[in-house]
Design a protein around this ligand. Structure first.
Ligand SMILES: Cc1cc2nc3c(=O)[nH]c(=O)nc-3n(C[C@H](O)[C@H](O)[C@H](O)COP(=O)(O)OP(=O)(O)OC[C@H]3O[C@@H](n4cnc5c(N)ncnc54)[C@H](O)[C@@H]3O)c2cc1C
Ligand code: FES
Length: 281
C-alpha cells in the first residue's frame, strides 16, 4: 500500500552551491529515516497558493543529529522558474510542506564497477548512491544490504562551465574516481561527459553498471553508448510532476512492453528510475 506522509517542516540551513544553485536542509526526521538514494520528495511553501503545486527534488543526502540519528534531508536545486526562484530566497526558519519518500530510487549497486553519469543538476541523486556504494552511509528504515559491493565507483560529472559545478567538496570522497567535463573547457575534460563514459567503457566494460541523471539528450546518448557496449544502464527521469504520488497522471512516460508494443507509466510511482531499454527516448 502507498504510504506517503506530508510533513510541515522547518528549513535549517541554506547555502549557495554554484551559479544559480543552492542546497537546502529541512528538518524532517521521519522522511530522513525512510528515504533511499534516487528517491525524491515534493516540496512547497507551507502557506499561500502561488505556486499551488509542489515541485519534485531528489535526495542529495540525509542529515544526522549529534547522536547520529537521521534528522533531516538536504537537496540541491538550480533556479529555472517560479518555484525555484522563490526557493532561492528561502532562509533558515522558513516553514515548508514536504511529502515523501516518493518513487523507486536506484537499485542497490551490485556490480564490479559502478559508473554514475551526471549532467548539470542531475548530480544530486548520486551523493547518496556513491556514499552507500562505498559503505559510508546507509539509507532506509531497514538499511539496504549490498552483497557484492562495487570494487570501483566513478562519477562522470558534466556541466556547461566550471561555475556550475556544485558540491565538489561533498564529492571529494576517498575511493571515488571523480571525472569532470565542461562544455567550454574551463575545467576538466573539454567536451561532453559522454566522452568520459566512452573512454571508461573502452578501457573495461566487464561488470560495469551505469546510473545516469541529467538533461534528456544526454541521457539518450548515455543509453545508446551503454546499449552498444552491452552494459546495463538505469536512467533517472526529471519529468515535470503535479502530485508526486500517482493520482494525476501528469508525469507519464512511454515504456516498451515485453511484446514490443508501448504504453505509458507514471514516472512518480514506477520511476523516476527506469532501465534504459524500457524507455522510448
Ligand atoms: C524526480 C525528480 C527529481 C528532481 N530533482 C531535482 C533536483 O534535485 N534538483 C533540481 O534542481 N531539480 C530537480 N528536478 C527538477 C525540478 O523539479 C524542476 O526544476 C522544478 O520543478 C522547476 O520548478 P519551477 O517552478 O522553478 O519551474 P517552472 O516555473 O515550473 O518551469 C520553468 C521552466 O522549466 C521547465 N521545466 C520545469 N520542470 C522541468 C523539468 N523537470 N524538466 C525540464 N524542464 C522543466 C518548464 O517547462 C519551464 O520552461 C527534479 C525533477 C524530478 C521529476
Ligand atoms: S505526478 Fe501525479 S501521477 Fe505522477
Amino acid at each position: 500500500m502507498l504510504c506517503v506522509k506530508q510533513h510541515q517542516a522547518k528549513i535549517v540551513a541554506v547555502r549557495a552551491m554554484a551559479q544559480d544553485t543552492w542546497a537546502v536542509k529541512v528538518h524532517a526526521p521521519e522522511l530522513a529515516s525512510a528515504i533511499t538514494p534516487g528517491q525524491f520528495f515534493m516540496i512547497r511553501p507551507a502557506t499561500g497558493s502561488d505556486p499551488l503545486l509542489g515541485r519534485p527534488f531528489a535526495l542529495y543526502d540525509i542529515v544526522r543529529d549529534s547522536a547520529g540519528q537521521p534528522s533531516g534531508v538536504e537537496f540541491g536545486f538550480v533556479k529555472v522558474g517560479k518555484m525555484t526562484t522563490l526557493m532561492s530566497q528561502w532562509s533558515e526558519g522558513e516553514e515548508v510542506s514536504i511529502w515523501g519518500p516518493l518513487g523507486n530510487g536506484f537499485p542497490v549497486p551490485e556490480c564490479r564497477h559502478l559508473i554514475c553519469v551526471a549532467g548539470g543538476i542531475g548530480q544530486t541523486p548520486f551523493l547518496g548512491v556513491i556514499r552507500e556504494a562505498l559503505g559510508l552511509e546507509s539509507y532506509g528504515i531497514s538499511p539496504r544490504s549490498i552483497t557484492t559491493r562495487p570494487q570501483q565507483v566513478s562519477l562522470c560529472y558534466g556541466v556547461r562551465s566550471a561555475r556550475y559545478l556544485a558540491g565538489l567538496e561533498e564529492f571529494t570522497i576517498p575511493g571515488l574516481d571523480l571525472q569532470i567535463a565542461t562544455d567550454d573547457g574551463t575545467t576538466g575534460h573539454h567536451g561532453y561527459v559522454t566522452q568520459l563514459l566512452q573512454a571508461k567503457l573502452a578501457q573495461n566494460s566487464e561488470g560495469v553498471h551505469v546510473y545516469c541523471c541529467g538533461p534528456e539528450p544526454m541521457m539518450k546518448a548515455v543509453a545508446e553508448i551503454c546499449k552498444a557496449a552491452a552494459v546495463p544502464c538505469w536512467l533517472s527521469l526529471e519529468t515535470p510532476m503535479a502530485c508526486g504520488f500517482g493520482a494525476c497522471f501528469s508525469c507519464v512516460t512511454k515504456v516498451v512492453e515485453p511484446d514490443g508494443s508501448w504504453d505509458y507509466r507514471r514516472t512518480c510511482v514506477e520511476g523516476p528510475v527506469f532501465r534504459a531499454e524500457q524507455l522510448v527516448l
